[in-house]
Design a protein around this ligand. Sequence first.
Ligand code: NAP
Length: 128
Amino acid sequence: MKTTALITGASRGIGAEFAKIFAENGTDLVLTARSEQDLLDLKQEIESKYSVSVKTIVRDLSNSIEVQSLFDEIKTSGITINYLINNAGFGDYAYFENSKWKRHESMINLNVNALTHLCHLFITEWGD
Ligand SMILES: NC(=O)c1ccc[n+]([C@@H]2O[C@H](COP(=O)([O-])OP(=O)(O)OC[C@H]3O[C@@H](n4cnc5c(N)ncnc54)[C@H](OP(=O)(O)O)[C@@H]3O)[C@@H](O)[C@H]2O)c1
C-alpha cells in the first residue's frame, strides 16, 4: 500500500534527510518550507532517484493562517497523510534581555503553535 509523509522544514538539514529516508523506503512525500527553490531541487533529486512522488507546498508556518492553508491544500488535493513529521523549527542564542521579542514570538509560533495546530488538524478534521 502506498503511504505519504508530510515533512515540515524539508528544504534543508534534518527535514531534507528525513525526506530522503522516507523516499528510500517507498513513501510518497509532501514537503513544506518557505524556500521554494530548495524544495524544488530536493523534489527533483528524490524523484530522479526513487520511485515516489513529491509534492512541494511553500508556507511560513510561523503564521497560523498558513498552517491552516497547508492543511486545507493537502486535504483538497486528495492526498492521505500517513506520517506527520513536525520538523520545522529554529533556536535562538542570546541573553534574554538582549533578544528581540519578534524573534521569540516567531519561534513560539513555529516551534510550539504550528506543530500543535497541525497535530490537532490531522487528528480532528482529517475525516470530515
Ligand atoms: N540541528 C540540531 O542540532 C538541532 C538540535 C535541537 C533541535 N533541532 C531542531 O530540529 C529541527 C531541524 O533542525 P535543523 O538543524 O535541520 O534546522 P535547519 O537546518 O535550520 O532547518 C530548519 C527547517 O525549518 C524550516 N523553517 C524555518 N522557519 C520556518 C518557517 N517560519 N516556516 C516554515 N518552515 C520553516 C527551514 O526552511 P525555510 O527556511 O526554507 O523555511 C528548514 O527547512 C528544528 O526544529 C530544530 O530546531 C535541531
